[in-house]
Design a protein around this ligand. Structure first.
Ligand code: FAD
Length: 394
């Protein structure tokens, strides 16, 4: 636990007292998380502004410094609590509106996000535009008193549950590829919005195909300059990659929460030799390599957070952490499933323990870690061009 000294440590005492008085202990159990206590906890955190701890109080945030927010996270972890308010509102569009939106947009959209009352989805990818995002074709026409949107998005996480979508649309079809794009906020309750959930390899349906047919949007719901959406889109991706990396580091995007570490799995399923070492020497050396990379990743995340002296937010270096976090998460899942052996072949039914099935499903989920929020190859391209300043290959 870092010691931030002075005022930040004084904040620790206050935060600890408040959390101990307000966090419902029942939420530490699976049954409790499904009970009414979950709502109580969300409302208490929202009233305190700690769902978005570093946002200004005027927009529903907690007005905390980064150091204080870090202390708050540590204090929550200490008592087994977590922030009940999250999603793409908190990790992507909220920080973008805060930095680049108009005052009116901040007042209208941020409090609902900070209170966890409005769910947002991200309308970036299209069937013909993934890594090459600027190829997007969703059409947005100026109809005088409103925008009219027609087109299709894909892989839109939680679109079927979302209240709002931050969407990249083409507002000037005649302009060069990167120059005719705008970032538009679309109300998902518009009758022209249709969502169709897509089923994933692990059985979940976390994302959708999203169709826009004559959808109307407000004129003042463009974030940033008209036709200047590419810059907004890139900044938003930095916030998103930074948050994904932190999630991967904290284990929230790495599959099932498990009381057992990768070492526990190895010891239980592979076993020990006569000298008390893991019985498989090759596995042992790969596990050591993974633990070193995992530790280096965690320490780098911490160092980056500690070194951030202001609330400036992430840079292109977020691509490094997103890339590294995805690799560490996937390596961990591979090692666990390999250790499970025949018990790692289960999908459903008898003959397997619940945590074994959960690990197999979690392993499949980690396949997405190197795709969502920009693929690993694209993140390496960003590192090469924007962090290292290397030229394009001839
Ligand atoms: C779990 C999950 C959730 C998602 N949620 C959302 C969401 O909410 N909203 C949204 O808009 N999108 C979402 N996506 C989509 C995601 O952003 C895209 O899948 C991703 O950007 C890659 O695009 P693509 O799938 O079209 O692959 P492609 O762009 O077709 O890429 C295919 C392969 O080619 C490689 N490749 C492509 N171009 C290059 C290049 N120039 N150099 C090197 N390699 C390259 C890629 O790395 C990849 O391995 C989600 C994806 C996943 C897996």
């Amino acid at each position: 636990m870092a010691d931030f000294g002075g005022e930040v440590e004084a904040f620790r005492a206050d935060a600890r007292a408040w959390l101990e008085a307000n966090f419902p202990p029942a939420l530490k159990t699976e049954a409790g998380r499904r009970s009414g206590d979950a709502k109580v906890w969300r409302e208490r955190m929202a009233d305190k502004g700690w769902g978005a701890p570093t946002w200004p109080k005027a927009y529903g945030g907690g007005g905390l410094s980064r150091g204080e927010a870090r202390v708050l996270a540590e204090e929550m972890a200490r008592i087994g609590a977590s922030n009940p308010i999250g999603g793409l509102g908190i990790m992507s569009i909220g920080p973008t509106i805060l930095e680049l939106g108009t005052e009116e947009q901040k007042k209208r959209h941020l409090p609902g996000i900070a209170r966890g009352e409005k769910e947002w989805c991200q309308g970036y990818s299209e069937p013909g535009a993934g890594s090459d995002l600027a190829s997007l074709q969703t059409k947005c026409e100026d109809k005088g008193d409103h925008w009219l949107v027609n087109g299709q998005k894909i892989w839109t996480s939680v679109a079927n549950l979302a209240d709002w979508c931050f969407c990249l649309v083409r507002t000037d079809p005649a302009a060069k590829k990167h120059e005719g794009i705008s970032c538009l906020l679309i109300d998902m309750k518009d009758p022209g919005v249709e969502t169709r959930p897509i089923r994933l390899i692990n059985g979940d349906s976390p994302f959708c195909e999203t169709f826009f047919t004559d959808v109307r949007a407000r004129k003042d719901d463009i974030v940033g300059p008209l036709n200047g959406g590419w810059t907004i889109a890139k900044r938003l991706l930095q916030f998103e990659r930074d948050a994904i990396a932190a999630g991967l580091g904290g284990g929230t995007l790495t599959g099932p929460a498990s009381a057992m570490s990768v070492e526990d799995y190895a010891k239980r399923y592979i076993g020990l030799d006569g000298q008390g070492r893991l019985a498989d020497a090759d596995y042992r050396s790969r596990l050591v390599q993974h633990r070193m990379e995992h530790q280096a990743f965690q320490l780098t995340l911490r160092r980056a957070a500690d070194e951030a002296k202001s609330n400036q937010g992430p840079s292109n270096a977020a691509a490094i952490m997103k890339y590294a976090g995805a690799k560490v998460a996937q390596d961990r899942a591979e090692l666990i499933v390999e250790a499970l052996g025949a018990e790692g072949l289960g999908w459903d039914g008898d003959g397997f323990e619940d945590h074994e099935l959960a690990q197999v499903r979690g392993w499949l989920r980690t396949k997405a870690n190197s795709i969502e929020g920009g693929s690993s190859e694209i993140n390496l391209n960003v590192v090469s061009k924007r962090v290292l300043g290397l030229p394009d290959p001839k």
